[in-house]
Design a protein around this ligand. Structure first.
Ligand code: AKG
Length: 266
């Protein structure tokens, strides 16, 4: 399918159902690298602290400070094209790897935009993309969604929930207003995925990326990823630093304000 057709079909599904699945977006080599890089981080990551995080679930926050294998997924052309249409100008919001452990219960249903006190229904301000690193199915905790619930003003009836099976390498797009949650894992193996969640850039992102990935580290990242982490202004000038686009300051490696080595001291 051409990129234009793929984009159209994702946008139509998002509008109708609130979610869309696209197969084969990450090839096996990229998946292998992501599993290896994340595996090392997950091994040192504690379980969740409450029912929402999941007491048998591990979450890797500050993801782009810890792994490089997801840089491409975060800036995948189809993802950015969908975001351009749904959110306009946006940044990463709450990206996290989520490993639902054996025996975990289903996560409470929620909407990702509930953190913002906007009365429903409202224009979309959040979009999430779940990247499964292993196959997701009903038994191991595939993401559950309530189709069409992005249009509801009240919590949906629980009997409308469905589980969305996903093959590793595919992507599940869902609107911030869609009711969804992680599934219960009734197998003896972890269900590992990465959710890259983006918000309109006029909102405060859930994670403070400018501290999670400070300037000295961000300076080495691809420019589009820097922008998505908030090293950018929302036009015309929301987010400036001392009157300047933070991206420009990041590029000026000699700027002592960012604790980066000056050319003279290198
Ligand atoms: O792990 C999943 O499938 C979904 C997780 C989720 O919705 C969340 O943590 O906000």
């Amino acid at each position: 399918m051409s990129e234009q057709l793929q984009l159209g079909s994702v946008l139509r599904a998002l509008d109708r159902e609130g979610y869309a699945v696209v197969e084969d977006l990450l090839h096996s080599e990229a998946l292998e690298t992501a599993r290896a890089e994340l595996g090392a981080v997950l091994a040192k990551t504690p379980f969740g602290r409450d029912e929402f995080e999941g007491r048998r679930t591990k979450r890797v926050y500050a993801l782009f400070a810890k792994v490089r294998a997801l840089d491409r997924a975060a800036t995948h052309p189809l993802v950015l094209a969908v975001l351009d249409r749904v959110l306009g100008h946006y940044q990463l919001n709450a990206p996290a790897a989520i490993e639902i452990g054996a025996g975990e219960r289903a996560q409470p249903l929620h909407t990702d935009d509930a953190i913002y006190p906007l009365p429903r229904p409202h224009a979309e301000v959040v979009l999430s993309v779940m990247w499964p690193l292993v196959d997701f199915n009903e038994a191991n905790g595939a993401t559950r969604v309530v189709p069409g619930s992005h249009r509801l003003s009240a919590r949906p009836e629980p009997d409308r929930v469905i589980s969305v099976p996903l093959r590793a390498g595919s992507a599940l797009f869902y609107l911030g207003s869609l009711w969804h949650g992680g599934g219960a894992n009734r197998t003896d193996r972890p269900r590992t995925g990465v959710v890259l969640n983006y918000a309109a850039s006029w909102l405060r992102p859930v994670e403070t990326h400018l501290l999670s990935i400070p300037p000295a580290q961000a300076a080495g990242l691809p420019e589009r990823l820097q922008e998505l982490l908030g090293y950018d202004v929302r036009p015309p000038f929301m987010g400036y630093v001392d009157g300047v686009n933070p991206k420009k300051l990041l590029q000026s490696r000699a700027n002592p304000r960012f604790g980066m080595p000056s050319m003279e001291s290198e």
